[in-house]
Unconditional design. Sequence first.
Lengths: 328, 254
Amino acid sequence: MIHARGLARTFKTRRGTVEAVTGVDIDVSAGELVGFLGPNGAGKSTTLRMLTTLIVPTAGTATVAGHDLLTDAAGIRRQIGYVGQNGGAGPDCIVADELILQGRFYGLTSARARTRATELIEQLDLVGTENRVVNTLSGGQRRRLDIAMGLMHLPTLMFLDEPSTGLDPQSRANLWDHIRSLHAEHGTTLFLTTHYLDEADALCDRILVIDTGRIVAEGTPDELKRRVSGDLVLVGAGEPARVAELAAHLPGSSDVVVDGAGVRFRVPDGARVLPALMRELDAADIAMTSVEVRRPSLDDVFLAVTGRTLRDAETPTTPEPATAGASR
Amino acid sequence: MSVLTDTWLIFQRSMRQSLRNPFWVIIGIVQPFLYLALFGPLLIPIVQSTPGFPPGDAWQVLVPALLVQLGLFGGLFVGFAILAEFRAGVIERMRVTPVSRIALLLGRALKDTVVLLIQAVLLTVLAVPFGLRAPIGGVLVGLVLVAVLGFAMACASYALAMQVKSEEAFLPIVQAVFLPVLLLSGILLPLSLAPLWLFNLSRVNPFVYVVDATRAVFLGDLASTTALVGIAVALVLAVVTVFWGVRTFQRESA
């Protein structure tokens, strides 16, 4: 559905050239739900804007929904749906008008656009808002309207840019349900960007981690967690030093630390080494008081591949004044 | 074909927005009316007693100028409205659809032109009880001229707005253009009264030719050089601003 090779984009600003995306390879198959995870400013939106024909890449090639990005942008536009970071419904427009108009842009007849709008209003829990002005909707309703607009022409591929940003936890969970059912019931291929680890973890089949304009890791949430940092095992025992010695000899163990009356270390698959460790402790006659295996979070993943936590990455090293309407 | 359909779709959307918030349309009608009621009576004795005033009575001098003012400044500020939509992601959302990029500009600018034309017709009709007498053919040509000018200004305004992308940058630029253009256009008082240096300076302002032409057609001088030059200037302005506007909407960062 998406095949991108070496996609890159530089921006010229007054202070020089900024390499927003330095060359990414992306492969997304039909029916996947792929998340593009990274801190703000990592190049997520720029990549998305390239794939959706909004900006032209400075280097690289891509095929999106079967059409070439560089020669057939019009073909891509007919196939894809896009929900931008800022939404997209006119604040002073009527909900139903905006939906119908969106359908008309894709060549739907007036009658067809009307039917489709009614379907989507039901599907996305927007019944009752048809004749309301967009800026009177709640944040969650508005986001669902944005998604409904992106779905008017039944796209095979849907792009969502930071779908849950600015939503309260309840609306967020509700939005996730809608995204999941969209994926499950209609088989729509979804490509979304997020800077929330829990969102990527909860929604996505596969995650691409992007930092400073390049993809630094890729895999299912579980694969990523397993591969890049391994599980954290915490053992409480009477003789921590001896436990540490045993732990260090376990296959694949690392970062063994004695911490008071406990020992913690990392292994690729904590659940599998645990029985062996317990047998050895038993044989050495060491009394164990507690044991815990902690699965790594995507935060650990991000830390492992970039050397920074996601939160640190969000804090700019040099504060920059926000420029209105500047595109990343 | 799709350009026409898309333009019509954008036109309808834009018109519905204006009708839901008719405040600016009303302002646009009330202001010229205030000129007629509060400035016109002042002009009559001046026209009668000042040598060097162009031919025609006070209303034939004032009404064409008010029409041009309507076209010029009615169009110049329309870009302001698109900035809120730009920030709400409306333009970006539309640019991901197959909609014609030209339609994004033309649909809006044509709506502004229609609104303007309605205001211009109202103003002209209102001027009749005040004492306007002018040949009907000339008045119609004058209205078309004003519509072309207004269309050009609307395109320019949208192009500028989409380039600067913020109200804070847009308004000062428009304000900076507004006053010199107004003073050097002969809208308030004809520049035939001006000292030579001022008259010569005004000749670099393209709008002065449109004002002169509108006054000429209101006198019935449809085939005069003044009329033809003004019409040509308005058409060139429209072509240039459409080109500028379309380029802005096609540009990737729009």
